[in-house]
Design a protein around this ligand. Structure first.
Ligand SMILES: Nc1nc2c(c(=O)[nH]1)N[C@H]1C(S)=C(S)[C@@H](COP(=O)(O)O)O[C@H]1N2
Ligand SMILES: [Mo]
Length: 201
């Protein structure tokens, strides 16, 4: 894997690269399956489970305060990309639009294409998490999750759902796609929470 595109972190960047990760200058695409085809007119975002059911359009997201974010991106397959620049909406701002039952402690992210991933509510509702529609000043390319993806910088990137279209609030933990297929339940890069014990590593 090492070579032109993957470098061992050196100098002052090294304290930003979690253990066992290598830097990449490009931005690899990591998708299980196909990039779904999404018609922007028909795009909808839904909330259900332990929350008052609600449906949102892209205009609803664009009406929220827009922010630029710079965040590091860590894939469990060992590549990291520093200083990714996104534009989007804070999860904390979106949460003001919905009514969540106090019994909810987890949230399942749902996506076009069927991918799912699960987060404890306290990992989801954080100041630095956001829904992104723009990457380095350009509309988020479809292969990177456009029109809208979640970005959760403090966990491995499989928690950053591409083509996100819904949140299901839960009073218990459920496994999403990769959590069912051997990845760690939480996925904290600095603790190298890569795979569940059962998977072997
Ligand atoms: N819907 C969906 N979201 C997803 C994935 C996926 O396969 N489907 N892959 C995850 C993984 S493992 C990673 S590392 C990142 C990769 O994002 P990128 O393709 O923009 O680099 O998206 C995450 N979000
Ligand atoms: Mo990943």
């Amino acid at each position: 894997m090492l070579g032109k595109f993957f470098q061992k972190p050196g100098g002052e960047q090294s304290d930003r690269v979690p253990p066992g990760q290598y830097l990449t200058k490009g931005f690899p695409v990591l998708t299980y399956g196909q990039t779904p085809k999404i018609d922007l007119e028909e795009w909808r975002f839904r909330v259900w489970g332990l929350a008052k059911p609600a449906t949102f359009t892209m205009s609803d997201f664009m009406a929220l305060p827009q922010h630029e974010f710079t965040a590091d991106f860590h894939c469990v397959t060992r590549w990291s990309k520093l200083d990714v620049k996104w534009t989007g909406v804070k999860v904390t701002d979106f949460m003001q639009l919905i009514e969540v039952d106090p019994k909810a402690i987890h949230v399942m992210e749902h996506c076009y294409g069927g991918y799912t991933t699960n987060l404890p509510l306290e990992d989801f509702v954080r100041e630095e998490n956001f829904f992104a529609h723009t990457l380095f000043g350009e509309p988020l390319p479809a292969e990177h999750g456009g029109p809208l993806r979640l970005v959760v910088p403090h966990l491995y990137a499989w928690k950053s759902a591409k083509w996100i279209n819904g949140l299901e609030f839960l009073d218990h933990e459920e496994s999403g796609f990769w959590e069912r297929n051997g990845y760690h339940r939480r996925g904290e890069p600095w603790a190298e929470e890569r795979y569940s014990g059962f998977f072997g590593l």
